[in-house]
Design a protein around this ligand. Structure first.
Ligand code: 6PG
Length: 233
């Protein structure tokens, strides 16, 4: 199943999805490091990537050349277990030797406005991401780009957005904008969870959900639980 920009990869088993995703991340890293000497990856939040991050923790890679960014962060105190960076650290990043200076958490503990400004400064001067990992919410959100809010799709959108009143708690967040997420060589969505069936159907019908707003020139790949691909009318 494909169209010019969104390539759907139906996968039966969540363990397989993680294995495929891990292989894709490692392949992208090898290519980027061979070609440019570094690998800039944006991590997805939420729970879906956990298995993939656990597999990466056991992988062999040239970690010294990795630079890790975060697609979004929840405005919670540093070290809060509900922060997206916390899961990535305990599951993966604290197990491998990526230099601390090359892991770039969003300083969301400063509040959305200050943290978005700071992250925009951190991203300034960085070219295309090599790989962006994203999840999908039941309402079609991705990162912290939610329906009815500003997704930052315009070319001159800020790189990082302050988010308030998010329908998925906590209400205050920071998100990389859709335009900046799309400035990437590869974008890979990881989608599982029975509650996402309708969001996937809306996406495949071409509806304007936030996930569909992240559209790099090379298109996107969506690794999706086979059970979510109900026939689209
Ligand atoms: C967050 C994420 C969010 C997440 C989706 C899917 O802060 O939760 O940034 O965009 O990726 O809501 O979450 P699950 O993977 O837990 O279903």
């Amino acid at each position: 199943m494909t169209n010019a920009t969104t390539r759907w990869h139906a996968i039966d088993d969540p363990r397989d999805l993680a294995r495929h995703a891990c292989a894709r991340v490692l392949a992208a890293a090898g290519e980027a490091i061979a070609e440019r000497g570094r690998f800039d990856i944006v991590l997805a939040g939420g729970g879906t990537p956990r298995r993939t991050y656990a597999l990466l923790a056991a992988a062999l890679a040239r970690w010294e050349s990795w630079h890790v960014w975060f697609g979004d962060e929840r405005c919670l105190p540093t070290g809060d277990a509900e922060r997206n960076s916390h899961m990535a650290r305990i599951t993966w990043l604290d197990q491998v030797r990526i230099p601390a200076s090359q892991i770039h958490p969003i300083p969301a503990e400063r509040g959305a406005v200050a943290a978005a400004a700071a992250y925009g400064d951190a991203l300034a001067g960085l070219g295309e991401f090599d790989l962006v990992l994203l999840g999908l919410g039941e309402d079609g959100h991705t990162a912290s780009l939610f329906p009815g809010q500003d997704w930052g799709t315009q070319a001159d959108a800020a790189d990082a957005l302050a988010v308030f009143n998010a329908p998925k708690p906590p209400p205050e967040r920071v998100s990389i904008s859709a335009a900046r997420l799309a400035r990437a060589r590869q974008v890979l969505f990881l989608v599982e969870g029975a509650g996402k069936r309708e969001a996937v159907a809306r996406w495949r019908r071409g509806e304007a959900i936030p996930a569909a707003a992240v559209m790099p020139a090379a298109g996107v790949d969506v690794m999706v639980d086979q059970a979510l691909l109900v026939p689209v009318d």
